[in-house]
Design a protein around this ligand. Structure first.
Ligand code: APR
Length: 312
């Protein structure tokens, strides 16, 4: 059984642990700075096993050293976005937490694949890449799968077809500047533009961009967690089972799409070697401009980290 660590046993972390357990993807170690929360939720999840039929081992701890020997680490530690708070407001607070977590991963789980979930996503993934010193194949961020699944669910409801037949691709940073690619989104292989008039499609694209904020506004006390957790687990499954899914992934770009040394959502193949291939799409000038705007936003966040210049 692979060993999976989930750091942060809050809403996203606990939901991810549940999905991981139900899929029997590996034994799970749930870690939280609040030890009782990690222990209590792990025990509760373990006790659901006989009813739900999973044989997964799940343990909880407050000690980051317990991630030793993990094959995969999901990072959800941090503060969620509160109403009125932008993802960038979160940056300073979460950077302090992620620095410590990434150091622990470097020290105790030096062979692991890392999937980052904490926001601001692209910036926290970059920070983890820098602090761990891991190759880019082993550090990816979860954003595009979530943005795409939101887009897919809105499209399915609008058209009145099964979500199973909707494919969608969303590029760029995880935030207001994300770039949903209408041209590459289909229903049973047929472009969605055949089903929805332009103006309505634009409204759905905007709702996708605001998808996180819509839920923050409703919940009042936190941010989305079921869809984020499910999205991260889909990425984990592709790596652990070597499925080679082609998914939108926050990946370290080294010239792809014309960007260097930043993380941005792009289509990529995830398999047993982690980030196995970035797929470069041809973009219209409008799409390229939107992606550049998104990259500029991520770069600003990276600059706010005040790191030493990169040496690789
Ligand atoms: N080490 C381990 N756990 C930590 C640490 C730390 N240094 N700092 C905070 N935590 C824990 C908290 O104790 C809490 O249980 O992280 C957990 C975060 O859980 P929630 O507050 O419920 O937040 P959640 O909704 O799960 O979101 C976590 O994912 O989607 C993103 O924007 C979201 O950045 C946020 C993250």
């Amino acid at each position: 059984m692979p060993k999976i660590a989930v750091i942060g046993a809050g809403n996203v972390g606990a939901s991810a642990a549940l999905y991981l357990a139900e899929a029997e993807l590996g034994d799970i170690t749930l870690v939280d700075i609040v030890e009782g929360v990690a222990k209590g939720k792990a025990l509760d999840l373990l006790e659901a096993g006989p009813v739900r039929g999973y044989d997964t081992m799940i343990e909880g701890t407050g000690d980051l050293r317990a991630i030793a020997g993990s094959d995969l680490v999901l990072v959800t530690a941090g503060l969620p976005r509160k109403p009125g708070m932008s993802r960038l407001d979160l940056l300073k607070a979460n950077a302090d937490i992620i620095r410590g977590v990434a150091q622990a991963i470097r020290e105790h789980a030096s062979k692991a694949f890392v999937i980052m979930i904490t926001n601001p996503l692209d910036v926290m993934t970059y920070l983890t890449y820098r602090v761990t010193g891991f190759p880019r194949e082993r550090v990816v961020g979860m954003a595009g799968v979530l943005d795409s699944t939101r887009f897919r669910s809105f499209l399915a409801a609008e058209i009145g077809v099964s979500i199973e037949d909707i494919q969608a691709m969303v590029l760029g940073g995880h935030g207001d500047t994300m770039v949903p690619l209408v041209r590459y989104s289909t229903v049973g292989g047929i472009p969605i533009e055949k089903f929805i008039v332009k103006e309505r499609l634009e409204q759905i694209v905007q709702r996708t961009r605001d998808g996180g904020a819509e839920i923050v506004k409703l919940l009042q006390t936190g941010s989305a967690f079921y869809a984020p957790a499910a999205s991260a687990v889909q990425m984990a499954e592709s790596i652990l089972k070597d499925k080679k899914r082609l998914l939108p992934v926050a990946a370290h770009l080294n010239g792809e799409y014309g960007f260097r040394d930043l993380f941005l959502g792009v289509p990529a193949i995830l398999g047993s070697r982690g980030l196995e291939k970035i797929v470069e799409l041809e973009l219209t000038s409008e799409e390229s401009a939107a992606l550049k705007k998104s990259a500029d936003e991520v770069r600003k966040g990276i600059a706010d980290l005040e790191l030493e210049p990169a040496t690789r």
